[in-house]
Design a binder for this molecule. Sequence first.
Ligand SMILES: [Zn+2]
Length: 688
Amino acid sequence: MGAKGLYFVNPLGKDKNKPTQVWTQGETESNSAWVPTIDKPNQKTTDEISMTVPAKFQTLSNGLLVKQKKHSDGTRTDTWMMDLPHAPYLMMMAAGEFSIIKDKYKSKEVSYYVEKEYAPVARKIFGLTPEMISFFSNITGVDYPWQKYSQIVVRDYVSGAMENTTATMHVGYAQQDARQLIDGNEWEDVIAHELFHMWFGDYVTTESWSNISLNESFADLSEVLWEEHKHGKDAGDGHNFEAMQNYLFSNSEKKELVRFYYPDREDMFDAVSYQKGGRILNMLRNYIGDSAFYKAMNLYLTTYKFQSAEAQELRLIFEEVTGQDLNWFWNQWFYGSGHPILDISYDYDQAKRSAKVFVRQTQSDKIFKLPVAIDVYQGGGKKRYNVWLENKADTFAFPSDTRPDLINVDGDKILLCQKSDNKTIDNYIFQYKNAGLYLDRREAIDFAVKNQKNDPKAFELLKSAINDRYQGLRLFAIQRLNIMDDSIKRSVEPILTDLAENDHSSMIRAYAILALGRYKKDTYKELFVKSTNDSSYSVAGYALLALGPIDSISALDRAKSLLSPDVKGVLSRAIDNTLYTYAGESDFDTLAAQFDRLPVGNKKFNLLQPFSNYLKKIKNTDNFRKGIDMIVSFRDSVPEEYRQEILSYFNGMILNGIATSKQKAGLTEQEEYVKSKIADKPKVPKIE
Ligand SMILES: [Zn+2]
């Protein structure tokens, strides 16, 4: 869709709110739009790029800046040299006004190109890069193979991030301000992902788009490896689980990891090539062990360096390192589709002193072969049995003097699968305390969430999980407390107030406040008002949202005083919601102008619903028409390529929603005005 290769941002400088930039996006086959090249991933080339730019601009390209020449007309020519071979889709150039922040990995330059106002926080966003380079060099056994590593953030980027060799490009979201970073750096995993491509993708490249998972599954796995290394096993496992959910909810069980037939090569960049691929590699790592896995990564990288490879070549490498035939694994996971859906149940035979596990594979049309660890916990000890699931229904029996406290199938919690596991609350309490991995605890909490209302033991487990050692699980537990239930509501109130007031983590405070907001109690007004000034956007934003229902005048007052173009994140959305929900008709001019002023983009799109709710309350027909015209003009200025997708949202959810509300209020003139606008066809630009 409109892949142009080379993009100009605000080239004539007419937009005062946007810098002038130029940048490129090569993947998949767009670089041939601006440079003569054979645009296929199995090609390799060196390159030299010269850019003549206004002297105030900085430039970036692959490799090293080897020459700069000033001209008398106020321009300068920069020449960049990439003398190591790489694939054509990895060539890049960019120019604009940037602050360049410099770091180092050994003697190599590591740099971050950001807009001036982000210079003070650039290290908070990108500063872990040298440590990541060192970590990835260690686990691959291949010291960072390129001349330098730069990262640049550009405007209006058409992708999220791109691993151009030595010069990764990031979308604007990467630039987070100091207040956003208080709630955590949302871009850290992307930074790791793109960096790992310098090995998997750039040093060794996929032979074809069919094999793109050779690039993407490793980059996806690198996020888990980095999280585990830097933030601990829970963080790595948590990230692995989220990525697995991403695949499971993508409805792609029919797609193979390596696909030779696809409607469009861009379709290969999906939850299968990325998230499913990453989970498959993580299972392989668990099956053969870290040391063999890293050795195989090293052999693959050194064997195919500066060349391309396909999935069968990766298999041969893993077979050489392990001495095992891995065709079954590759056929099932790389060339086959889907995933196992397991039903697990248990029995204990007192007379035979035997514990039994029944595992049924309930997915249709295929059976998976799965090496699985089963841990049997009994009498204070744990015994591990390594078994294979390979039938529609498998039964395993283990000797056990008494009924086990827990039988934990998939003891390393590594399987890519869906499952229903028929455990009791006592099993889960034991599992939460003794099995101990992230997913062991998460499964136990999940069971407790579903039974919190009727089972006191489940509720106690859920309550204790609020103090889990890992923040991700604390948030999971807090968000799922059933505050609609009176006795739960009473019981957790002191816990939530304590967290809201005292917890050291801003995210925990934020979600505790969000939960307390549902109590709608005047006693919390002071806490909410005070918290709207918190340095964390999440805390301040949820506090403002919580304040509205108990004191709309004071919420509106806070929203007006907090309103500023610099505000981001949850607070920004909370301010908009509060303004448009509680403001009266007298604020029409200000609020309408605020909506109308926004350029076409996400922020305006997010404001559409609050603004339309506001218009539902407007009695003055002139004002109402003005507001509707603003929405219609926004609808008609949405770029052609997105219009089809969102037209029904504008006409249905928004305009028709307003019409219905006016009809109920008996405001026929207003109702008819909106309806006349729904029928309008969007203007289609004339083609000549
Ligand atoms: Zn990637």
